[in-house]
Design a protein around this ligand. Structure first.
Ligand code: PYC
Length: 382
């Protein structure tokens, strides 16, 4: 079978096909180098504190797979459980945090709403006083959340899949998908053709273009999401902090750098260039939250592409073309879903059945009107 996209989703799908189902006749096609797309362009935040029961169960499984990934792959992916705080600066976000906490707890996921005094204990340098320009009323605290080394995740899955016989073809662009009488028969690439009955679209940014090659239309729009990193400083922040109201999230890596992100860019585009407008907005918001960071220098910035669906939940599973499957539409949630997406897509391909964990995420839901509604769990505004 052929997997399109050599990011964490494609490589994890190949790995679980081989490991869980003994299927090793698999080619992963990557038009650039592995991890060059969204997998290498995110802020590596892991969490499962979602809003819908479908989302919570799904991301909880991913977090559990991430927690044991280093041991499983025998590769140091630098998983670091930090605790994850989503700040509420007004009554309506506090209400959403309470809602999320209850849905999380009902699914056995550790999350609770805490007040300013407890936030201060977790992040002592944050201004939790009522004098702040945007006073903090409370936060959703999610102890299992954390960060990981995203490149290592990609390399670990690729190495393990390769060791089981999967072929990873870098610098190989998909140029066509052959469909005869409603079923996939092969693919064409910049380096030759492959006869196959199964193609899995695990791309981000290009997911609609790849689907078009099979004649499948996806309800997806692509937006850049920018991020930036500072020079390294002594460790002082061991929690992931998110403020949806101020459009900012921040964590400190093991190297001491602060990694920041904000909202998606306001225009649909395939651009992965950083903009001055983004850094100016980011700096303003960060300093409203943490004024003491004003002397830090930004080292670099980057952008990844986010494929947004109408309900902010992914599109996974079979399509109307027999043998053409999709694992797309991840918006700003893709990296943290890599392991569970790989595990469930592999099961879907190997058994021909849709696993319960992804049954809510099928493409048909847009025709049926049974949407999932995961926008309230976004780290920042869209
Ligand atoms: O969902 O945690 C998140 C996130 C952070 C950055 C982009 N998405």
């Amino acid at each position: 079978m052929v997997i399109v996209g050599g990011g964490v989703h494609g490589l994890a799908t190949a790995y679980y096909l081989a490991r869980n189902h003994g299927i090793t006749n698999v080619a992963v096609l990557e038009k650039s180098y592995i991890g060059s797309g969204g997998s290498g362009r995110n802020t590596a935040i892991l969490r499962s504190n979602y809003l819908t029961p479908d989302g919570v169960r799904f991301y909880d499984r991913s977090l559990k797979l991430y927690e044991r990934l280093a041991a499983e792959l025998n590769y140091n992916v630098m998983f670091s459980r930090r605790g994850h705080l989503t700040l509420a600066h007004n009554d309506s976000s506090l209400r959403t945090m309470r809602w999320r906490a209850e849905v999380n707890k009902a699914s056995g996921v550790d999350s609770e709403v805490i007040g300013p005094a407890d936030i201060k204990k977790l992040v002592p340098f944050m201004d939790t006083s009522e004098r702040a320009r945007y006073p903090i009323l409370g936060a959703l605290y999610h102890p299992p959340g954390g960060i990981i080394r995203h490149d290592a995740v990609v390399w670990g899955y690729a190495r393990a899949a390769d060791a089981m016989g999967v072929h990873v073809h870098q610098d190989t662009e998909l140029t066509g998908i052959d469909v005869e009488q409603g079923r996939v028969t092969g693919v064409r690439t910049s380096r030759g053709s492959i006869a196959t009955r199964v193609v899995v679209n695990c791309t981000a940014g290009w997911s609609t273009l790849v689907a078009n090659l099979a004649g499948v239309r996806l309800p997806v729009q692509t937006f850049p999401l920018q991020a930036a990193v500072t020079e390294p400083v002594r460790p002082f922040l061991d929690t992931v902090v998110v403020s949806g109201t101020l459009h900012v999230y921040v964590s400190q890596t093991d190297r001491g750098e602060l990694v920041f992100g904000a909202s998606v860019d306001p225009f649909a585009s395939y651009s992965t260039r950083g903009t001055l407008e983004f850094v100016e907005g980011l700096a303003g918001h960060v300093l409203q939250l943490m004024p003491s960071l004003s002397t830090l220098r930004l080292l670099r910035q980057w952008a990844g592409l986010c494929d947004m669906t109408p309900d902010f939940a992914p599109i996974m599973g079979h399509t109307e073309v027999d043998g053409f499957l999709v694992d797309v539409g991840w918006g700003t949630y893709g990296f943290k879903a890599g392991p569970v997406a790989g595990e469930t897509m592999a099961e879907c391909v190997a058994t021909g059945r849709t696993p319960e964990l992804i049954s809510a995420f099928g493409l048909r839901r847009f025709a049926d009107g049974s949407l999932v509604g995961e926008k309230g769990a976004a780290a920042v505004g869209h």
